[in-house]
Ligand binder design. Structure first.
Ligand SMILES: Nc1ncnc2c1ncn2[C@@H]1O[C@H](COP(=O)(O)OP(=O)(O)O)[C@@H](O)[C@H]1O
Ligand SMILES: [Mg+2]
Length: 252
């Protein structure tokens, strides 16, 4: 066993990266896969959504990346393992500024645990800084959540350029797992138009996965610190999340 390492990447915030990381991880675990979630965002939403209090954690992913200590892993939260983070991770960028080959730090950390998992899902910060670059370098696959809003398409070119640059410079093996349109609101013309544009423009670069609609239960579930399926087991979006998980389970 050697995990597929999937980074959930988009340089914009609020597009559903963290929510998807948690929920897709959950459904992969439901498929009996061994799943590790890695919170690489200093804002530590994923750590919070998983029910932890980031400020209370003494060891986090920061210690593994910056001080090369053993990766702190919390076991079996809703069937998944979690490498948590907290705000101290925001120091990493500055502290690693002079470090040689700093882009490799996460890859080195994950290599030590990759044999123990089927999937390692990395939740990125909303930026193009060193933490995002190190995630793309460590990953085998990138999954791109895109908000179905008009402005989202403008950022898409920049996003793709970054990914292509990393592919060329640092990780020629990185594969595009696909694009997940999120927060879709079918009642607005904007939603419909941008979904059409996403399908037209982005299907060239990768699979466009089922569209996740805008639904307040996603926010309610994360406020209750649970995957959607545990908060609202009959929610229609669950079937779509399951579909995405199944497709990821068949990645090559
Ligand atoms: N499909 C959705 N519909 C409605 N709200 C959502 C959806 N996905 C996520 N949210 C909410 O939107 C906010 C941002 O989502 P999050 O996953 O944290 O985005 P990111 O990690 O890209 O910043 C959170 O409050 C989350 O609960
Ligand atoms: Mg996030």
């Amino acid at each position: 066993m050697s995990a597929s390492i999937i980074v959930f990447f988009n340089q914009s915030g609020g597009v559903g990266k963290t929510t998807l990381t948690q929920n897709i991880g959950y459904h992969l675990a439901q498929l009996k896969r061994k799943v590790l979630l890695v919170d690489l965002d200093p804002q530590s939403s994923l750590t919070t959504f998983m029910g932890l209090e980031p400020a209370d954690l003494d060891k986090t992913v920061y210690h593994a990346i910056v001080h090369q200590q053993e990766l702190r892993i919390l076991s079996n939260i809703h069937g998944m393992d979690l490498a948590p983070s907290n705000i101290i991770l925001s120091k990493a960028e500055m502290e690693l500024a002079g470090a040689i080959m700093r882009e490799l730090r996460l890859k080195q950390v994950l290599e030590k645990v990759q044999q123990e998992y089927d999937f390692i899902l990395i939740d990125c910060p909303p930026s193009l800084g060193i933490l995002s670059i190190m995630s793309l370098v460590a990953a085998t696959h990138v999954l791109i959540p895109i908000q179905t809003e008009f402005k989202a398409l403008k950022g898409t070119q920049m996003l793709l350029n970054t990914i292509l640059e990393v592919l060329n410079l640092a990780n020629r093996n990185l594969k595009i797992a696909g694009i997940v349109p999120t927060m879709y609101d079918g009642r607005t013309a904007q939603g419909e138009q941008s979904l059409k544009a996403i399908n037209e423009q982005l299907s060239k670069i990768g699979t466009v996965f089922p569209t996740i609609q805008r639904a307040t239960d996603f926010a309610n579930a994360s406020q209750n610190r649970k995957p959607l399926a545990l908060y609202s087991p009959k929610h229609p979006a669950i079937k779509l999340l399951q579909k995405i998980a199944k497709k990821l389970d068949n990645l090559s």
